[in-house]
Design a protein around this ligand. Sequence first.
Ligand code: FAD
Length: 323
Amino acid sequence: MTKLLVITENRDGELRNVSFEAVAAAKKMNEAAEVVGVVLGSGNLEKLGNEIIRFGADRAITVSHEKLEDYTSEGYGQAVLAVIEDESPDGIVMGHTSIGKDLTPKLAAKLDSGLISDVVDISDEDGQPAFTRPIYSGKAFEKKVIAEGSTLVTIRPNNIKPLEEDESRNGEVISKDVDIADARTIIKDVIRKASEGVDLSEANVVIAGGRGVKSEEGFRPLYELAEVLGAAVGASRGACDAEYCDYALQIGQTGKVVTPDLYIAVGISGAIQHLAGMSNSKVIVAINKDPEANIFNVADYGIVGDLFEVVPKLTEELRQLKV
Ligand code: FAD
């Protein structure tokens, strides 16, 4: 029987949504495969093991170790390799997140296996899974199949729909002890730089500000709108370079890639490097005072106007609708 490992991610004691999407991706790769969720961290992880099963995994392996409290390539690498040695999976799936992007190339090199990264869809090609991924900064898509052997796959968050949670589903959760050799890197402190609220890479609604917001203070109307919509706030590199916000918010070729249901670009011109990080969003709304701005070429809805007038009005209208 084909066996696929899903390396999950958790934060603040909760599994990240991309973990559920990775289980759904594994099922898309092979519906009949045994899907094994791997949960790494410190403390008791049984609850998370049971949760990944309710979202479609057949069983779960938890690896708890004080050196896995925070992510390090070495610690997680050693733990995952130990699980792989026990399980000999036919494939491994994880999120195309900061952790997935760091860990999977190292695993692929160690295992001498292929890596298909940033997958946005999985389809069936003559009984074999075919992986669709964006290329040329999202201007085109390519479809890849695995020629031979096992492979690692990373999936872009927010593209593959998780399976419905099934409360009645249960399976075995096994805790595995792993020796983790002293790492050459030690996490001394984790400083949260991104916005406290909704996680940018997994948000369903993103409001991004550009150089047009003109100052750090100029982001305030965007945060107010974000609060009404339950959205995450992002930014163009223009806004980050101008020090209006932290680089953790940057979206684009050299920032985060997002695919929300709704992306609202505010005071952003739409440079190709920015589009690379957001053009696959399902609905794009652009607010810009320049009717010729390139962002309108990718927008589904455009508002030509001064953002300092438009955004507060939008927030007010949406607040009224919510009351
Ligand atoms: P601008 O281009 O200055 O646009 C500001 C916009 O705001 C204008 O369209 C203007 O009409 C509008 N505006 C001004 N005032 C108002 C107002 N009151 N109301 C409404 N609209 C207003 N950029 C990224 O975003 N992400 C990346 O990852 C990225 N990576 C890069 C990598 C490389 C190698 C390079 C060379 C560049 C990269 N860039 C990236 C930079 C990119 O080329 C652009 O310079 C940047 O995206 C511009 O940011 P902006 O749209 O906020 O600013």
